[in-house]
Design a protein around this ligand. Structure first.
Ligand code: NAD
Ligand code: WQD
Length: 350
């Protein structure tokens, strides 16, 4: 029988790629998204690529009555929970909005799930919960650290909430996936990352310099104890990440309690290595300047992905060249992101 999955935040960057993977794998999908950081044009594109549409509901995870009606109307067997706010700097300025969306929103969602008797949940956590580990690569059994901002703390709080929930009620089957640095876009160039305003993250910034929207990249710090002094991260292709969600969703049919998996490649690259890789993959030159460190940044961070490989049978297969070429295919075909196409489209309705 076809399973129906509720995807919160499914119009967003990672949620749209995962919705596509779910539809391609034969699932029915209900997307709940308030579009506060996305456009449902992403879901029009997903429907074209999959030749099958998700049902889109514009609404908020904090709306308990709406959640109850969705669980009553659709035979939902599990929830992939992407909805949340993710801008680190904004979380420092507006902590209440972050705790309300990310923590209180998750509480409201879990309450509605429990009322509906749906206990299988896959959650978007983050490597930020490790704080500043002293040892690399990072394993899931390393102690969680002290995230440097309200966004990071909201992710850690949700993980702690899940641990308590799983302890209190054995029906819960929760996967918390700790993403490292998601980048790239679907190979078609039809869907990708479409940040509002000036991007905070490295790859969207580089690709907006490449398209001429921004003048040059500022490289934040070249005095870290790393290969070339710039920060090192574990960049993971968003399509690999989407596949990881399907594997976790399947794994949670036969597991109970809270399970935590790193989703990373196991390899770290510096900012300058990323810049060079983008230039080489796409035959472009990206102007940059070296500036001071960004407050709150850590020197390096990469995953030990062995647990996900052993327990989920998942590993990242797409390398740096794919990440760079796919990012640029998306950006060059959609210089304004979804904005122009969205203005021409009729709204999708529930
Ligand atoms: P995104 O902003 O593109 O997607 C999040 C989606 O959730 C958006 O479509 C937004 O409109 C929606 N949303 C936000 N609050 C909502 C609410 N209250 N009700 C309904 N919908 C709401 O971000 P993304 O990069 O796709 O991230 C998805 C998840 O993964 C987030 O929880 C994020 O914290 C987490 N994550 C992201 C990264 C990253 O670097 N992109 C890394 C680690 C974890
Ligand atoms: C990567 C590297 C920067 C921009 C953040 C969040 C984290 C997670 C992912 C969700 C660093 C450098 C960046 C620029 C630069 N999100 N950089 N110039 O900092 O690892 O993580 O996004 O959970 O919580 O903190 O990713 O892409 O911002 O930075 O030099 O304009 O690129 O200093 O070394 P980060 P990032």
């Amino acid at each position: 029988m076809t399973e129906t999955i509720l995807v919160t935040g499914g119009a967003g960057y990672i949620g749209s790629h995962t919705t596509l993977a779910l539809l391609e794998a034969g699932y029915d999908v209900v997307v709940l998204d308030n579009l506060c950081n996305s456009s449902n044009e992403s879901l029009h594109r997903v429907a074209q690529l999959a030749n099958k549409a998700a049902l889109f509901v514009e609404g908020d995870i904090r709306d308990a009555a709406l959640l109850d009606s969705l669980f009553a109307k659709h035979p939902i067997s599990a929830v992939l929970h992407f909805a949340g706010l993710k801008a680190v700097g904004e979380s420092v300025r507006e902590p209440l909005r972050y705790y309300e969306n990310n923590v209180a929103g998750t509480v409201t969602l879990c309450q509605a799930m429990a009322r509906a008797g749906v206990y299988r949940l896959v959650f978007s956590s983050s490597a930020t919960v490790y704080g500043e580990p002293t040892q690399m690569p990072i394993r899931e059994d390393f102690p969680t650290g002290v995230p440097t901002n309200p966004y990071g703390r909201s992710k850690l709080m949700v993980e702690q909430l899940f641990a308590d929930l799983a302890q209190s009620e054995p029906s819960w089957r929760i996967a918390a996936l700790r993403y490292f640095n998601p980048v790239g876009a679907h190979h078609s160039g039809q869907i990708g990352e479409d940040p509002n305003g000036i991007p905070n993250n490295l790859l969207p910034y580089i690709s907006q310099v490449a398209i001429g929207k921004l003048a040059q990249l500022a490289v934040f710090g070249n005095d870290y104890p790393t290969v070339d002094g710039t920060g090192v991260r574990d960049y993971i292709h968003v399509v690999d990440l989407a596949d990881g969600h399907l594997k976790a969703l399947q794994a949670m049919t036969s597991r109970s309690g809270l399970h935590i998996w790193n989703l990373g490649t196991g390899v770290g690259y510096s900012v300058l290595q990323m810049l060079k890789a983008f230039e080489q993959a796409n035959g472009l030159t990206i102007p940059y300047r070296l500036v001071a460190r960004r407050p709150g940044d850590i020197a390096e961070c990469w995953a030990d992905p062995a647990k996900a490989e052993e327990e989920l049978g998942w590993r990242a297969t797409r390398g740096l060249t794919d990440m760079m070429a796919d990012t640029w295919r998306w950006q060059s075909a959609n210089p304004q992101g979804y904005a122009v196409a969205a203005a021409l489209n009729e709204p999708l309705s529930a």
